[in-house]
Ligand binder design. Sequence first.
Ligand SMILES: [Zn+2]
Length: 472
Amino acid sequence: MAYLKKRYREIIERIDKELKLPKGWSYFVKKEAQKDNFIIKSKGICTCGNCKTEFKSEKKINEREKCPKCKKEYLIKRSNYQWHIFEPRTLILLDKLDENWIIRLFQMESRYVNGKVYHSKAAEYGRVILNEKLEFVNNRLYSGMWGYGKVNTYAEVKAWREYKSSYQSLSTYGKVFHNNLKELFKDTEYKYSQLWTLAKKEDEIDLSYYLNNNFPSTEMLIKMGLYKLALCPKTFNKKGSFEKIFGINKCYYNFMKKNNIDIDELNILKLYKRKDIKKIKYLKQFRLEHLAKISKYMTLDKFIEFAISKRKFDMDMYSDYIGFLEDLELDLKDKSNLFPEDVKAEHDKYQEQVAVRSNEITKRNIEKRYKQLEENIFSNNKYFIIPAKSIEALEDESKQQRNCVRTYAKRYSKGECDIYFMRERNNPNKSLVTVEVKNNKVVQSRIKCNKDINKSQQKFLDKWEDKILNVA
Ligand SMILES: [Zn+2]
């Protein structure tokens, strides 16, 4: 066992002795355990695994259904379903020792075996002494595959150790016991925080995050009934009007509250501006930046119609495709452009056109760059140095050098770097040194296969840099 400092051991022992599990804790654990179950469907009849009520349902296997009696919602499984391990649940208890906030971490897991559900007890595995930034775990926590912490809920507590990890602290994300919070927060800086309401309403919150960041917006969001938005209080920690805080007109407030919308849904609502939660939830499967891009050209209703009409809709490809239309300056008001029959075929066709076009632009720009840099041409009796004249010249150089100058073509054409070829006067077509210049400084000078250059070559380059580049 790892050695635990005397003072730390005393803290652990005092928690064991002085902090009893509060009234309501075992009821809370039982309620959480009830969330892990199934509805079993057999010959059209559903049976609730929790209260054993039988009822009829049109829902299929692996869809969710609500039991009409106990109102719990579960996945539907076949009666011959044999074995399932539910995701473990982290349960969190806040307490106070002297003036220290103590966060106690518990885990519970449930198994389904041949029609019966077995719940483990809520096993404590971690303690966070928040004010001192101290973390302790016991022997129940072990390192699972990929280093994730796992909890053996069946093990007895034998020893505590300090939890020290260089890359992460103990997660305090889970279902928080809320009954004692209001009392605990009395006369503290959290007395207005409303965290007890949030803990009650939301399945999982990160308790130490709220305690460490006591944003005024937390209280505001919870009081407004926007619980899911209260999960990211920092985003809304601003002053001003509703519109300034949420980025949307106040007429949407009731809709936001009624559907307890989350931050992704809010961002979609800002684009969509329609009070249709079903469609907002449908749009959630797509990346916001894609939705923002396409909504410049079509209503999101039209887009949904289009996406649903495709057997397999690929948003990445569609968004690329719209980007190609933009690049090629095609008519984005034309419905046959916006909603092609075969997205993949059109995507591939325009992708090629965009590539050709962008090559042409690169080509023209490289010629322009040459003219800009021409005045830096320099020579002595042995060497000369010239800027890259064309895309072909760059390709030839990279072929001869077996290096990757070709990839510089785009950057060179955009003026992000300058590319020169240094060669011998009596062998002007043979590549010798490729030189990259940035802000009038040689940043790279390479000979074949990316080796370094020799002394006389270096001398020539130094002189060039000094005499020509630094004057320019
Ligand atoms: Zn039930």
